[in-house]
Write a protein that binds this ligand. Structure first.
Ligand SMILES: Cc1ncc(COP(=O)(O)O)c(C=O)c1O
Length: 385
């Protein structure tokens, strides 16, 4: 049987990982500034995370949500404390798309409405509603087409106000990433998030903060939406939550009341997933990783900002993006093959950095040296040709 070929692959096989490093089957060491797409939050194979999972595995890995799972309550308490949303309610599931799917559905259950506002260049996942609010036609099949979604330009307050004055009473929810990831690292303005909050309050709509990529401490605040100083009604989370163990969830404001059977999942919130997610939060707290994300993130942005060839540097904490001019378009590839450094990309010609929140300053320095060297090499080949 062949694999269903939907992923463009880098020809490297990773067999071992530790902290911010991974090793290939040929024994080559790579610096990982991509974090397997923002997933590695506390560092690859962190010893506390490994121990917590191993110990749980010896006890019980899975039972369904038809019984009490005290680890879920423990996780909810820890998450409430670290995120500052102690009065919110936790629903656990398995992926970012599933978290958003549930959030959009829950909003509609809550206010009985159908319309959703989403934004240009958004990415919210691949399942039916999640892909319907994603601004990329290539990911949508005819069966995903719906007239329930209204796309508006990102960070455009006037367009948002006009939309609410026209459709306000029909709008169920507004979904927005605090920093768009797949769309190229575009930061939602604080005033824009405040405007979403006030319009949702005025018209009875639900504000959904997609924190799947930008959340979980990546920006130095637990949720990047928190920079605006207003609360969302629902926050969705996934990637960094399990440090590679598949676990996701949504936290839901107290005024949205649960009803039996409205949401559900077989695997979500299983014992092993909770142990992995608890280990992540324990390490984040113990090693003060949010502070590290701010410090190393600032160092990277200062240094990258001083490289004249790189344009439109943007992001917060350890979620950083910049544009690469067309003549240096091989930069990402060359960083990987010549310098053995993984970075992320967003087309066209955007490099994204989504490393572990424990990234060390010396690793950031190594990257800065490497990128300068590769830019010089590329420029010298342009001059020669
Ligand atoms: C902002 C955002 N939302 C949702 C998703 C979907 O998450 P998953 O791939 O876990 O379904 C992603 C994945 O990249 C994402 O970046």
């Amino acid at each position: 049987m062949n694999l269903f070929d939907v992923y463009p692959i880098n020809e490297v096989t990773i067999v071992k990982a530790k902290g911010s490093y991974v090793w290939s089957d040929k024994g080559e060491q790579y610096l990982d500034l991509y974090g397997g797409h923002a997933v590695i939050s506390i560092g690859h194979t962190h010893p506390h995370w490994v121990k917590r999972i191993e110990e749980q595995l010896e006890k019980i890995a899975f039972y369904s949500n038809s019984i009490r799972i005290p680890l879920q309550q423990e996780l909810a308490a820890k998450l409430g404390k670290l995120s500052g949303k102690e009065d919110y309610q936790l629903f656990l599931c398995n992926s970012g798309a599933e978290a958003n799917e549930n959030a959009l559905k829950l909003a509609s259950f809550h206010n009985g409405r159908k319309k959703i506002v989403a934004f240009s260049r958004s990415f919210h996942g691949r399942t039916s509603l999640a892909v319907a609010v994603t601004d990329n036609k290539n990911y949508s099949a005819p069966v995903n087409e719906t007239d329930s979604v209204i796309f508006l330009p990102f960070n455009d307050e006037q367009a948002l106000e006009a939309c609410f004055s026209k459709h306000g009473k029909e709008i169920s929810s507004v979904i927005i990433e605090g920093i768009q990831g797949v769309g190229g690292i575009n930061v939602a303005e604080e005033s824009f998030l405040k405007k979403i909050r006030s319009l949702c309050d005025q018209y009875g709509a639900v504000y959904i903060a997609d924190s799947v990529q930008c959340g979980y401490g990546r920006t130095g605040k637990f949720f990047s939406h928190d920079f605006a100083g207003v609360n969302a009604d629902i926050y969705t989370m996934a990637k960094g939550m399990g440090n590679g163990f598949p676990v996701a969830g949504l936290i839901i404001a107290p005024h949205i009341r649960p009803k039996h059977f409205q949401l559900g999942t077989t695997f979500g919130g299983n014992h092993l997933a909770c142990a992995a997610a608890l280990a992540v939060l324990e390490v984040m707290e113990e090693e003060k990783l949010l502070g590290n994300a701010v410090m190393v993130g600032k160092f990277l942005r200062d240094e990258l900002g001083a490289i004249p060839q790189l344009k439109n540097l943007r992001g917060r904490g350890l979620m950083i993006g910049f544009d690469v001019p067309e003549e240096l378009k091989d930069l990402k590839k060359n960083l990987l093959w010549n310098q053995k450094i993984f970075t992320g990309e967003a087309k066209p010609n955007v490099i994204r950095l989504l490393p572990s929140l424990g990234l060390k300053k010396k690793d950031a320095e190594q990257f800065i040296e490497a990128i300068k060297e590769e830019i010089q090499l590329l420029e010298s080949t342009i001059v020669q040709s």
